[in-house]
Design a protein around this ligand. Structure first.
Ligand code: SAM
Length: 295
């Protein structure tokens, strides 16, 4: 069995052996503190019955822990330079399959079907440049994923778990909480990575919901309302919503819709619960006064 890589000395040895150059554009910050992969494995509640998808294995640091805890690990890595390194560092970890590719272009449904049909768990120390698109692809897709345990920037984690009234509450909070129940599990200082990022990170546990917490008549329209509300978060809702053309609504129509729902027209989006966003979306979208031809 290869040595554990969650250690600065072992990581440096691998980097030197392969003369590996970190690629900033791929968000490469490798873990060097064993406490972090241990916390992620615990957060994912892994057992030998689990199939795990790891996004961005890097040199295989967390993959080693996943291999020991789970039944099967599929690791998708974009950087071709890392594939021969992974073959070396993961030699002897027989339940790991490494695939070279971009997770954003990976056919997850096919991958899951080839591996028993799921539901699978997703684990990742996410590349920060693409955190939100990856999370939304995994959450909003219909693939059989039960849970995700992911490392993200601390500031992003706070936004994801926030509720109404908090300065961190925004479109990302509503978007993620519509699909999953999020929880911050632990924090990781910049010193847990090589090279060190500028900011701290947090491990998030996201349990996917079987049903969304609200049922807007038009999901897409509700997300457009949420987007508009937070695009100009200092504005009152009627001003913010009327300023976003795709909604096809005037200031007065937005104010009237709020009034019909018993909401004060001076409110800002940051005070609305998801239930209130869904109700407001239904009220505007289904109202005959809204402009023809709007989505
Ligand atoms: N899991 C390793 C660790 O914790 O040490 C590496 C984490 S590093 C923050 C992010 C990894 O994701 C890098 O290995 C990077 O090359 C890879 N990556 C970046 N963009 C990717 C993408 N679109 N698809 C798959 N992997 C990606």
């Amino acid at each position: 069995m290869k040595p554990y890589l969650a250690d600065p000395v072992e990581t440096k040895k691998v980097i030197a052996k392969y003369d590996f150059a970190f690629r900033k554009q791929f968000g490469q910050n490798f873990l060097i503190d064993a406490a972090v992969p241990e916390a992620i494995v615990r957060a994912a509640g892994l057992t030998k019955n689990d199939t795990v998808l790891e996004i961005g294995p890097g040199i295989g640091t967390m993959t080693q822990y996943l291999s020991e805890a789970a039944g099967k690990v599929i690791a998708v890595e974009i950087d071709k330079e890392l594939i021969p390194i992974l073959q070396d560092t993961l030699a002897g970890f027989d339940n790991v399959q490494v695939l070279q590719g971009d997770i954003m272009k990976t056919d997850l449904a096919a991958l899951i079907a080839e591996n028993g049909g799921g539901p699978i768990k997703v684990v990742a120390n996410l590349p920060y440049y693409i955190t939100t698109p990856i999370l939304m692809k995994l959450l909003a897709g219909r693939e059989a994923i039960s849970l995700m345990a992911v490392m993200v920037q601390e500031e992003v984690a706070k936004r994801i778990v926030s509720g109404p009234g908090s300065k961190d509450y925004g479109a990302l909070s509503v978007g993620v909480q519509y699909y999953a129940d999020p929880e911050i599990v632990c924090r990781a200082a910049p010193s847990a990575f090589m090279p060190q990022p500028k900011v701290a990170s947090s491990v998030l546990r996201l349990v996917k919901r079987s049903e969304p917490p609200v049922r807007p008549r038009n999901e897409e329209y509700m997300f457009a309302v949420v987007k508009a509300a937070f695009l100009q978060r200092r504005k009152t809702l009627p001003n913010a919503l009327s300023g976003y053309a795709p909604l096809g609504i005037s200031r007065d129509q937005a104010a009237a819709a709020m009034e019909r729902l018993g909401l004060d027209a001076r409110l800002r989006g940051e005070t609305l619960t998801m239930e209130q966003f869904a109700a407001l979306s239904d009220e505007i979208h289904c109202h005959p006064e809204r402009s023809e031809g709007s989505s």
